[in-house]
Design a protein around this ligand. Structure first.
Ligand code: TRP
Ligand code: ZN
Length: 484
């Protein structure tokens, strides 16, 4: 086990991909007020009717239009048919949501695609498109606190969105299907969603693809059947999930199923072109999950597995819930990283994207710990090697606690300096309290959300130490810290 030499999960340098002017522009839009909706929708007639129309965004500073206000989705039931040769998607999404205010109108996030019909509680509803917002006006207002059901019928040729950092995210066609990974905002490229991680829900998927292809989503495979040259796969993701962690990856895959000693249902799908390289790493999944369970507490889901695609243009892996997707055969460090995200990022979700270090710093630190406990360099050694980098190194380009915009979410400071922050905590409080903090974090926020302030508070309560200074240094102070 080698220490992580590839800083971020991306293979290309994040900082180099965005021209400075564009980065500045994106930073400005990112800071805009949450009511900046882009081109106005005349049909919608005044987007800001006070108190009754749901907000078009969840209020995230980095992605103002991601997610929506006024309701909480409890369940998504997605029925999709994909024909890879024509790149054609036909979908019906049924969302069960609870109104958090009296609601005369609400938005869903949806990018591209053609919507043919929307109903709310079975009755046709008016809808308009406004950029990446699908604006729905039910016949009558939904009462605050009540559940309602939205059905959206849609179709089209899905494609990815380009993230602020220049990477593609969402529905990414491949030569035999599609690689589907939605972080941070790609869910809207294939289903209408409340696309901010603040709103988690359970999911059912019914996915139909040509016979011979496999469609892999999250959670447990309930069944599959073939008829008229097509195979339908039914997947159930029972535990709450953020929309960006949903997948419906399609391809020609070799599949494998088994149950671990702990009763976790494993389903692997591997592109034959990656099979040979992937096999020795995938074999380690049960032992990696067992090892992580000892450190972080019980694995938070009933299902697990790996989806190894052959998608050479993608350039990253994603910790899709229960079953990470890899664009090629992963190395062991990457498997450890994506598995650690199941606790940190998936089960415990972000409340705001600026807290991304709670995902990436933790998953990176899991790699350091794995190395330390499996005959590789100690975490201290990894820390020291990073700290030795000169002040002008990209590692110190910005502090990870609020990287400053969507174009910086997956940069080296978030991954590596984020992990350094955890190592600094470990040294300050000692191993016993450090691992207590990690376990309590996973346990107390299981299936829910966390914030950096919440984590700092937990670390202070657990250790009885004042740690504000330490976190200020490692998360929020510009430049290279004076002392390691
Ligand atoms: N969260 C992923 C990981 O660390 C990486 C990732 C997902 C990513 N989407 C991305 C990196 C888009 C760059 C661009 O495993
Ligand atoms: Zn990660």
């Amino acid at each position: 086990m080698t220490p992580p030499r590839q800083p971020a999960r991306r293979r290309t340098a994040v900082l180099a991909t965005v021209p400075v002017a564009l980065a500045a522009l994106l930073a400005t839009t990112g800071a805009a007020a949450p009511d900046a909706t882009g081109p106005a929708a005349p049909e919608a007639g005044g987007r800001a009717a006070p108190g009754t129309a749901g907000a078009p965004g969840a209020g995230d500073a980095y992605f103002p239009l991601s997610g929506n206000g006024g309701y909480d989705v409890r369940h998504y039931d997605l029925t999709l048919r994909y024909r890879p040769a024509a790149r054609r998607l036909d979908g019906t999404a049924v969302l069960t949501a609870r109104a958090t205010q009296r609601l005369t109108r609400f938005d869903l996030d949806l990018s591209g695609l053609t919507v043919t019909r929307v109903t709310v509680d079975g009755r046709p509803a008016r809808f308009t498109r406004d950029g990446r917002e699908l604006v729905v006006t039910p016949r009558t207002a939904r009462a605050k606190g009540r559940d309602f059901r939205v059905t959206v019928a849609y179709h089209g040729t899905p494609g990815p969105v380009t993230d602020p950092d220049g990477s593609a995210d969402g529905w990414i066609p491949t030569d035999d299907g599609a690689f589907v990974a939605g972080e941070p905002q790609g869910a809207m490229t294939w289903f209408p969603a409340n696309g901010h991680p603040r709103d988690k829900a359970s999911y059912d998927f019914t996915l139909t693809v040509p016979r011979g292809r496999t469609a892999v989503a999250n959670g447990v495979l309930l069944g599959q059947h073939t008829a008229h040259g097509e195979t339908t796969f039914r997947w159930c993701q029972a535990e709450p999930m953020a929309a960006y962690l949903a997948t419906a990856t399609v391809g020609t895959f070799r599949t494998e199923r088994y149950t671990t000693r702990d009763g976790i249902q494993v389903y692997n799908a591997v592109d034959p072109r990656e099979a040979r390289a992937a096999a020795p790493v995938l074999k380690k999944l049960p032992s990696v999950l067992e090892w992580e369970s000892r450190l972080f507490g019980p694995y938070p889901f009933r299902a697990a597995g790996s989806l190894v695609d052959h998608a050479p243009d993608v350039g990253y892996a994603l910790e899709t819930q229960t079953r990470p997707v890899y664009d090629s055969a992963p190395d062991l460090g990457t498997l450890v990283h994506e598995s650690a995200h199941q606790w940190f990022g998936d089960s415990v979700s972000l409340t705001a994207w600026k807290d991304i270090w709670l995902n990436e710093g933790f998953a990176t630190y899991a790699e350091w710990l794995y190395s330390e406990q499996h005959g590789g360099p100690s975490a201290q050694k990894t820390f020291d090697a990073l700290y030795a980098r000169p002040a002008r190194d990209g590692l110190w380009a910005y502090p990870p606690g609020d990287p400053g915009g969507g174009e910086r979410l997956f940069g080296t400071p978030v991954y590596e300096r984020g992990a350094m922050a955890l190592h600094a905590l470990r040294r300050a409080v000692g191993d016993r309290d450090f691992f207590r903090v990690l376990r309590a974090w996973a346990d107390e926020h299981r299936g829910g959300h966390g914030t950096t302030a919440g984590f700092v508070g937990l670390a202070e309560r657990t250790s009885g130490k004042r740690l504000k200074g330490l976190f200020d240094t490692w998360l929020y102070t510009r430049g290279k810290p004076d002392r390691a």
